[in-house]
Design a protein around this ligand. Structure first.
Ligand SMILES: Cc1cc2nc3c(=O)[nH]c(=O)nc-3n(C[C@H](O)[C@H](O)[C@H](O)COP(=O)(O)O)c2cc1C
Length: 392
């Protein structure tokens, strides 16, 4: 079982990640994880924190001489801005009256955030006690864990990509074959250069208006073997696991597999993916289309796994919405905490991490093994059995 935990507040000393279930013998380095953390930090329309962060995960356990040990992998991500938050986020009770304005209670609730339900649920009088952990800063920890899952999947030929399909009212028209290197260079992670320019203008316009803008992301996992997940129990279905993982990302409001919502108006004959006769024994069970996004009956079907999700326009705005004060219930302007204008491009990278973590879990569930060679033997043995029954 591949599973992970994160801990840490947005402005605390740092984030902690524990990732368990990775077999021994996987080559991993802080540099490799750093590449993925840097990808999350890019993106047109991101705010000031990205300039401070420059994340680097420090591996503190589970890896020796560049290879995983099979033991839990522990990592930390330091908060580079900690010096400015030491008092506000101190672990120990304060000695005297607060010196830093950052220590002041936050009571001006921000609609669209965890502020109100979190303060009520946990009985807090300071919204900071909620917003620090609810912040999408936590997604950096997911990306660190996800980088190792991506490396594990790459070991078995599985590749994960992501791109932005829409920002605000601008929709991309992705080409038949996506140039992923170009997507990495695009400030809005878009495969359609014309749409990318319009998306950047849309972000500029929202920023000019003191507002924010959302978008749609697509995650594509290629070379996924047939049979990850299972039809036998609801919580083992791969589509359910992937969509839950994506929905758990901050600000995600809709998730779909394949054509998703577009399917509603189609006829049955237009929606299924016809299976082609097997001509290549190394590549059986190809489909003419991939409308269902690579899953059938809660299992991967050998086609690329395609998942989409919608990120809402973020709630913290330079021109704040009217809100209420936690103490008095009276109308005030919502609290403003440093914020981005559009988080769709970085959300793509977080989405990749979450899909990778789910696929890695399902992969290890199917193939098991305590070391990479053992997992490989199991994987290759299985692949030999995947084909027309009278031939294989
Ligand atoms: C990568 C990323 C960055 C985000 N940055 C911000 C931000 O700067 N400001 C903000 O208000 N919300 C931001 N969010 C969204 C909030 O964290 C999220 O809307 C909030 O925690 C409430 O959760 P919910 O929208 O899922 O209900 C970001 C989300 C992601 C995925």
């Amino acid at each position: 079982m591949v599973r992970f935990f994160t801990a840490g507040e947005s402005h605390g000393q740092g984030l902690i990640i524990i990732l368990e279930g990775v077999p021994a013998g996987l080559a991993i380095s802080e540099d490799y994880i750093g590449v993925h953390l840097a990808r999350r930090q890019k993106g047109y329309g991101r705010g000031g924190r990205m300039l401070i962060e420059q994340d680097r995960a420090k591996i503190i356990s589970g890896v020796r001489h560049g290879l995983t040990l099979g033991s839990p992998i522990g990592m930390t991500l330091e908060n580079k801005d900690w010096a400015n938050w030491e008092e506000a986020m101190a672990i120990e009770p304060l000695d005297g009256p607060p010196q830093s304005p950052r220590t002041q209670r936050v009571t001006r609730i921000r609609p669209g955030h965890a502020d109100l339900p979190g303060a009520m649920k946990y009985g807090f009088e300071d919204v900071r006690n909620v917003l620090e952990r609810a912040s999408a800063r936590e997604t950096a920890a997911r990306v660190a864990a996800g980088a190792i899952a991506i490396k594990l999947l790459e070991e078995f030929g599985i590749q994960i990509h992501s791109h932005v399909l829409s920002i605000g009212s601008i929709n991309a028209e992705p080409p038949e074959t996506i140039d992923w290197a170009a997507v990495e260079e695009s400030p809005v992670r878009c495969s359609d250069p014309d749409a990318a320019l319009k998306m950047a203008a849309e972000i500029d316009a929202a920023k000019e208006a003191g507002d924010t803008v959302g978008g749609t992301c697509e995650i594509i996992a290629e070379n996924v073997p047939i049979g990850l997940g299972s039809h036998v129990s609801w919580d083992r279905k791969i589509d359910g696991r992937v969509t839950q993982a994506l929905m758990s990302i901050n600000a995600v409001k809709a998730v779909s597999i394949g054509l998703g919502w577009e399917i509603a108006g189609q006829r049955g004959s237009q929606v299924q993916d016809v299976i082609e006769p097997v001509t290549d024994p190394d590549n059986p069970w190809r489909r003419k289309t991939n409308r269902l996004g690579g899953t059938e009956g809660g299992m991967t079907n050998g086609m690329p796994l395609v998942a989409r999700f919608v990120v809402k326009p973020i709630a913290t705005m330079v021109t704040p919405l009217p809100s209420v004060d936690l103490d008095t219930g009276e109308e005030v302007l919502a609290h403003f905490e440093r914020s981005d204008v559009c988080q769709a491009p970085p959300a793509c990278v977080v989405g990749e991490a979450m899909v990778a973590l789910i696929l890695a879990d399902a992969f290890m569930e199917k193939f098991g093994g305590d070391s990479i060679p053992e997992t490989r033997r199991n994987f290759e043995g299985y692949l030999k059995t995947v084909g027309p029954r009278k031939v294989y």
